[in-house]
Design a protein around this ligand. Structure first.
Ligand SMILES: [Zn+2]
Length: 394
């Protein structure tokens, strides 16, 4: 029998609500049980060879492991241009901050480079280290390019979109497109047919054009508000379309830099907690520090945790980790913990089609969980039944 871990005394955020003084039983890589304290687990301490580890988490929260749909790196390493070793370093850095599932985001690059890079990332996805690949660019709008190399941007030609999807060997999870460009809607349809999320972003689309993209099959807004026209009363733009359409989940970067707190509240109120996904959009400096970095082919200066292009000064990703996004959402934004869990674990897991395995604390699912103290600081991380960060309890 697999070794058993019993976590006791914690406040558990379950799909059915929050349970005080709850207990999670982990057997091997999976959750065997979670809920109020009950009878001794079958095959409990006395019988389990290899022993049972009991951890008293009184006064702490246990929430599902975080799922990041949009992330370019961390720990000084890049998902957008690094080697496999670099990618693993970045993945580990984000695991230390509670992200037990991460999609690796590429940035705009030469198509042949992106195809080769996708092949390498696909191997890591095959090994279960990342949950797949997100292509952010090159099929985005020069008007809203953000920190992407303008010289390498292209209209979304479905044949080229297909080339990248094929290069990912079944591990392409999402592509961000400016769907108003020539070939945009056909590309959205192609992605939807291949089971790849079409995300509207880095776009200059109107309200009407954005609704067409959703009708064609787009289901995600790439960092809503950022890199798209603002909401105007006579030109409501993509923001209004993406917030109001029930088929769309909106990504939000809750780092206090990318969004005004009131914009975050507006998104939550309008879309509801079921249609919001917290992402980091992190670059290499996340979990590492200030300094000079590369984001794809472009140079970035990180100062006081804010990443900007050296040339032009555009915000160039974030240095956010999802544990900070969680804490901020509760302690600064005042969101209910249950809503934050939906935005940071449940919804992204569902979007990735992985909600049968991850995203909530339920029997049979992977034992991916995060332990937070009463102030919402991270004190423990478990991934597939193994401690990545073992709680150091007094
Ligand atoms: Zn990004």
């Amino acid at each position: 029998m697999a070794p058993t871990k019993v976590l006791t005394g914690a406040r558990l955020v379950l799909p059915t609500g929050t349970v005080d003084d709850g207990r999670v039983i982990v057997e091997g890589t999976r959750i065997a049980d979670g809920g109020p304290p009950g009878p001794e687990p079958v095959g409990g301490s006395a019988k389990a060879p290899g022993g049972t580890e009991t951890v008293d988490l009184g006064g702490h929260w246990v929430v599902p492991g975080f799922v990041d749909l949009h992330n370019h790196g961390g720990g000084g390493a890049s998902f957008a241009g690094g080697t496999a070793e670099d990618v693993l370093k970045g993945v580990h850095t984000h695991r230390l901050h509670g992200t037990t599932t991460v999609v690796a985001s590429a940035v705009t690059g030469d198509l042949d480079f992106l195809a080769r890079h996708a092949g390498m990332l696909a191997e890591l996805a095959q090994q279960g280290e990342i949950a797949g690949i997100h292509f952010e660019g090159p099929f985005i709008s020069p008007c809203r390019k953000g920190a992407h190399d303008e010289g390498l941007l292209r209209d979304p030609d479905p044949a080229e979109v297909r080339k990248l999807v094929d290069a990912a060997h079944g591990h392409a999870r999402m592509m961000t497109l400016a769907t108003e460009l020539p070939g945009g809607l056909d590309s959205v349809r192609l992605l939807a047919e291949h089971g790849v999320i079409a995300a509207v972003g880095h776009t200059d689309a109107t309200y009407e054009q954005t609704l067409q993209a959703v009708d064609a099959g787009a289901t995600v807004a790439t960092h809503l508000f950022n890199a798209m026209p603002p909401l105007g009363h006579r030109s409501p733009g993509p923001i209004t379309a993406l917030l109001e359409d029930e088929r769309v989940t909106v990504e939000l970067i809750n780092d206090g830099t990318h969004l005004h707190p009131a914009a975050l509240q507006l998104a939550f109120h309008h879309a509801g907690a079921g249609r919001v996904a917290f992402i980091t959009d992190a670059m290499d400096a996340a979990g590492f520090g200030d300094g000079r970095y590369m984001l794809g082919p472009l140079e970035v200066e990180v100062a006081d945790g804010v990443a900007r292009l050296v040339e032009g000064g555009s915000i160039a990703g974030s240095t956010l980790t999802l544990d900070r996004a969680f804490k901020r959402a509760v302690t600064v934004d005042g969101l209910p913990v249950e809503d934050v869990v939906r935005a940071i674990s449940v919804n992204p897991a569902r979007l990735l089609g992985l909600d049968d395995r991850i995203g909530s604390l339920e029997p049979g699912k992977d034992a991916d969980l995060v332990v937070l103290d009463a102030g919402f600081d991270l004190v423990g991380v478990m991934r597939r039944g193994e401690w990545v960060v073992r709680p150091q309890l007094g």
